[in-house]
Design a protein. Structure first.
Length: 596
């Protein structure tokens, strides 16, 4: 039905007859000549309809936006002064000889070039939204990313193997999506949060290099960068050390960026988790922001200001500061807004000091808290922060987690602001890195027990095996995350492959043998049959493509996404089901409040 895509009609086809199919983006009647901007997935071409072909011209007069049409015509140069350098076909046009309407369209609910559409409108009419060039560009780039990943993995001996979508519910940190079984009354499958257990089974089975690009599911509260179903580049390999695994997949991501965007990511700094938290309050620091935490816990233990001294004396407390170059010009209203912002992360407030004249010491500072700090503390603050005239210093003082979360978020908010960019506190570049040496366990104060930071099959660092029993808080793991521009785009670990080490991990987590057998028995049984040393990682395809396209939302790189309330506005899912279906599943609904 066609010889070429619209976006491929260029000067190379000058003087040739072409057959094109696409959608009417716009029809323009110039008093005797009709111009049609024809669009397909590859771009636009201008079609000229002259009245010297009456039947064709009558059809052209009937065209409206989003009609699906076929045209046949001659490629010719555009008249002088009418070229369009913004599109590939901008120096040519197609003189239409024959025009067929393949399907008419009702009036669209919006113009496809309207940049002010609400997301609700776009997701409700997603099919039309996907016709927009920006969305088609995003999804085509997504395809190229997936192909580049597949090409790399195939060339390195990896095999694409599918794993089940209906599986067993296992504790992996988030809620499972459950699927009731009609055949087995009262029993449920779970949709996989990841193929973690199955890819380990494949390693035991001898498929030493596995991957798949697959859907994963988590029934959790959503954020801007999360979806209830997301796409994961899942990888596992045997007989490679941690460093070899990281090197291989750093090469994969670097080559993919080079092939798809012609971007050289350069070096990947490697930073231990403890250093990342100390310097940035985050395990996924955005290295483009040139603002770091300044540690003040030791300085504040003996000050009169209880807001600082009390956390400084706590076993799990922290006092830290951010020095913002040029921030002294901030109005009080902006400081107040930042104060409200950090409260989202559990902070009770935001102390600050404006530095008007650093040489004048106490007298050169402007702040309601200065009077509560002794001279030695003030001197340490100015020395450690390196504050200069015109700067502002923000403080966080609380439990270490609250300080890290609150000041870490504030660092990013200020670091991406116009003030930061004007004062050299933000560097516009690609900033990849590895974060390594994660804690093996974290203590849950509410439950009074240790939990796995990643999952119970993450291997401890060499020499840390006994810490799992004697001092779980000291035990570090062979876990690693790849971070890009402040987003965790991938992460994984070397796995435990020995039964004695696995038992120590279960003991630290207070998982009894019978409980472990119920939850993970099929994996534990398999590990007994000469399980090889193995490890891997998984990358979030949606997040990677969002970063590469510069999209505002992860939903802009997914064909049919859910809203932040986990709804599909296009299909109106989730929705009620027929009572007969529920009876077949032996399910009865109770206390269901119908929406208003």
């Amino acid at each position: 039905m066609r010889s070429n895509y619209c976006g491929h009609v260029t000067e190379a086809l000058m003087g040739q007859e072409v057959t094109l199919c696409g959608w009417v983006n716009r029809r323009r009647d110039h008093g005797g000549v009709i111009f049609v901007d024809l669009r397909d997935r590859e771009g636009y071409v201008q079609v000229v309809c002259d009245p010297d072909r009456p039947e064709m011209f009558a059809t052209a007069e009937s065209l409206r936006n989003e009609f699906c049409v076929q045209i046949k015509g001659l490629v010719r140069a555009r008249p002088d002064g009418t070229t369009n350098d913004n599109i590939a076909s901008g120096k040519v046009e197609v003189l239409c000889h024959e025009l067929n309407v393949l399907n008419a369209s009702v009036t669209p609910p919006f113009m496809l070039d309207d940049d002010n559409l609400s997301e609700t409108t776009r997701l409700t009419h997603r099919v039309l939204d996907l016709r927009r060039p920006a969305m088609q560009k995003n999804l085509m780039l997504r395809y190229r990313v997936a192909m580049a990943i597949r090409t790399f993995l195939d060339s390195n001996g990896f095999v694409d193997i599918e794993t089940p979508m209906l599986t067993k519910s296992t504790p992996e940190g988030a809620r499972d999506y459950l699927v009731p079984s009609r055949v087995h009354d009262g029993h449920f499958f779970a949709l996989p949060q990841s193929p973690q257990l199955f890819k380990q089974l494949l390693m035991v089975a001898g498929y030493d290099r596995y991957y798949q690009i697959t859907k994963c599911f988590r029934d959790e509260d959503l954020r801007a960068d999360r979806q209830p179903e997301f796409t994961q580049i899942d990888i596992e390999t045997s007989f490679l050390e941690e460093q070899e695994i990281r090197d291989m997949f750093q090469d994969m991501i670097s080559s993919m960026f080079k092939n798809v965007l012609n971007v050289d990511l350069g070096e990947f700094p490697v930073m231990p988790y403890a250093e990342a938290m100390q310097r940035f309050g985050s395990d996924k620091p955005d290295l483009r922001v040139k603002i770091e935490f300044v540690e003040l816990t030791d300085v504040m233990k003996d000050v009169d200001f209880k807001v600082f001294s009390a956390p400084a004396q706590m076993a799990n407390g922290r006092v830290a500061a951010l020095c913002i170059r040029g921030g002294g010009a901030m109005p009080r209203s902006e400081i107040d807004a930042y104060t409200e912002f950090v409260k989202i992360y559990g902070a009770k407030g935001l102390a600050w000091i404006k530095v008007n004249d650093v040489a004048a010491g106490r007298d050169g500072l402007q702040s309601p808290i200065v009077k509560n700090l002794h001279d030695a503390a003030i001197a340490h603050i100015l020395e450690r922060t390196g504050a200069q005239n015109g700067d502002i210093i923000f403080f966080g003082a609380d439990k270490a987690k609250i300080v890290n979360d609150a000041l870490g978020a504030l660092r990013l908010k200020i670091g991406h602001s116009d003030l930061a960019k004007a004062n050299g506190l933000f560097e516009d570049r690609w900033a990849p890195m590895w974060v390594v040496d994660f804690p093996m366990f974290e203590f849950d104060e509410d439950e009074g027990r240790w939990n796995a930071v990643h999952h119970p099959f993450t291997a401890p660092k060499d020499g840390h095996e006994d810490f799992m029993v004697t001092d779980p808080g000291r035990c570090l793991s062979k876990a690693y995350d790849m971070v890009l521009n402040g987003w965790e785009i991938g992460g994984g670990s070397v796995r435990i492959h020995r039964a004695d080490v696995q038992q120590k991990a279960f003991d630290a987590l207070h998982i009894k043998p019978e409980e472990a057998q119920v939850k993970f028995g099929f994996l534990l049984d398999a590990l007994q049959y000469g399980a090889p040393p193995h490890g891997g990682l998984a990358f979030g395809l949606d997040r990677i493509v969002t970063l590469m396209t510069g999209a505002e939302s992860i939903r802009d790189v997914i064909a049919f996404p859910k809203t932040q309330r986990a709804q599909c506005l296009l299909t109106d899912a989730p929705s009620a089901v027929d009572e007969k279906q529920l009876r077949e599943l032996h399910i009865r609904l109770r206390n269901i409040q119908q929406p208003a």
